[in-house]
Design a protein around this ligand. Structure first.
Ligand SMILES: NC(=O)C1=CN([C@@H]2O[C@H](COP(=O)(O)OP(=O)(O)OC[C@H]3O[C@@H](n4cnc5c(N)ncnc54)[C@H](O)[C@@H]3O)[C@@H](O)[C@H]2O)C=CC1
Ligand SMILES: O=C(O)CCC(=O)C(=O)O
Length: 411
């Protein structure tokens, strides 16, 4: 099932559980605005290259729209729409005053030089600058982008609108970024996992983890989990997959990845087939790369008892069904990876206040938000007798529906 069909399906199931009016349901599904722009840049060799950029602004009932910008060859309209919609429910689950958006450019960043990436980011910003803004739509990093990308967007946007640090989050610290934002999604994954395990009378220590993706989310999650005594027994990224049943030395792997632009060739573990990473023997599986990777082809083979969704929509609805029947507990993306956007919110607040928080305050506040989110979503599971995914969807959709109604929808 494609990403948008899967997301719409989960939304509709939640809407039915909540008994939403069908007209309100329809209005919540339709994106506020979809932007598609042509981005042509001169390559370093003087030839021209054209790319397509997208920004989908899904909903703003609860506040400015918020969400990352992805650079990846598979960026396409349905996927961006699904990701934008997920942001709307995610910011509501996290109870931060935002709506949802997502953007991206269909490109392979590994095939572009730094100066080509800079030109592409600046052209994209020129095309969308009048549709984003501190109180309208605030981009952030996602796959294939990072603090440097945000710095270029900020610089280009500021040429049109004056210095505006709060127009993007996930910036370099020297440009108004928040301490703790880089690690925030991985740290949120850690807090979410702790909350879930605690409920099952378990702790991180001694649990065996498999992590797919070793970028921002996967590598921080791996580092923080291993610091808490979790054993990372297998990791994969776009360059390959490795395993070591005694636990991979994560600090060593981070150093290797930095030097080699990937995990391939790390000598502290055995190479394995990347296609088998999700079905490796472990207690807890953390998908932290692409969407749709857990599907009906592999769901039956999954050995993990818990899945913590670091990535967005890694689990197809058909796989959800199979895993539920197998008794696998899935902590859904719109809660499990909400640590990133939560600290983005703290960054935006700091920029607006013109004040900088200590890292300890950022991490403590993040823990508070993640703990409250888990409690709120469990409450919805109880109210609607549903699993964690529907608990999170009903929680998010209900908050957005209520905000929409209170603002005067239908009047
Ligand atoms: N960066 C953030 O703050 C947040 C990211 N996410 C989600 O987390 C996921 C990962 O994002 P980031 O870590 O930011 O991206 P990133 O670009 O920093 O890292 C992506 C990682 O996935 C790996 N990868 C790509 N294709 C792969 C494949 N076919 N098999 C295995 N690994 C593969 C890459 O090699 C890299 O290690 C995405 O789904 C993103 O939407 C969710 C919430 C916040
Ligand atoms: O930090 C943000 O604003 C958005 C992060 C994001 O794109 C996501 O949570 O999927």
């Amino acid at each position: 099932m494609n990403a948008l069909a899967a997301t719409n399906r989960n939304f509709k199931l939640a809407s039915r559980l909540l008994g939403l009016d069908s007209k309100l349901e329809k209005s919540l599904l339709i994106p506020f605005r979809e932007i598609k722009v042509e981005c042509t840049i001169p390559k370093d060799d003087g030839t021209l290259a054209s790319f397509v950029g997208f920004r989908v602004q899904h909903d703003n009932a609860r506040g400015p729209m918020k969400g990352g910008i992805r650079y990846h060859p598979e960026v396409e309209p349905d996927e961006v729409n699904a990701l934008a919609q997920l942001m709307t429910w995610k910011t509501a689950v996290a109870k931060i005053p935002y709506g949802g958006a997502k953007g991206g450019i269909g490109c392979d960043p590994s095939e572009l030089s730094i100066s080509e990436l800079e030109r592409l980011t600046r052209v994209f910003t020129q095309k969308i600058h009048d549709l984003i803004g501190i109180h309208t739509d605030v981009p952030a990093p996602d796959m294939g982008t990072g603090p440097q990308t945000m710095a270029w967007i900020l610089d280009e946007y500021s040429k049109f609108h004056g210095h505006s640090p709060a127009v993007v989050t996930g910036k370099p610290i020297d440009l108004g970024g928040s301490l703790g934002r880089d690690a925030a999604t991985g740290r949120g994954v850690l807090f979410a996992t702790e909350a879930l395990l605690n409920e099952h009378g378990k702790s991180i220590s001694g649990q065996r983890f498999v992590i797919q993706g070793f970028g921002n989310v996967g590598s921080w999650a791996a580092k923080l989990i291993s610091e808490k005594g979790g054993k990372i027994v297998a990791v994969s990224d776009v360059t390959g997959a490795i395993k070591n049943k005694n636990g991979i030395d994560i600090l060593g792997l981070l150093e290797h990845t930095e030097e080699n632009r990937g995990i391939k060739g790390f000598d502290g573990a055995d190479s394995v087939d990347p296609d088998s990473i999700l079905v490796e023997d472990c207690d807890i599986l953390v998908p932290a790369a692409l969407g749709g990777v857990i599907n009906r082809e592999n769901a039956n083979e999954i050995k993990a008892k818990f899945i913590i969704e670091g990535a967005n929509h890694p689990t197809d609805p058909e796989a959800d069904e199979i895993l539920r029947k197998k008794g696998v507990v899935i902590l859904p993306d719109i809660y499990a990876n909400s640590g990133g956007v939560t600290v983005s919110y703290f960054e935006w607040v700091q920029n607006i206040q013109g004040f900088m928080w200590e890292e300890e305050k950022v991490n403590n506040e993040l823990r508070n938000y993640m703990t409250r989110g888990f409690k709120d979503l469990k409450e919805m599971c109880k109210t609607h007798s549903c699993d964690l995914r529907m608990g999170a969807f009903t929680l998010g959709v209900n908050r957005v529906a209520q905000a929409t109604i209170i603002r005067g929808w239908g009047s």
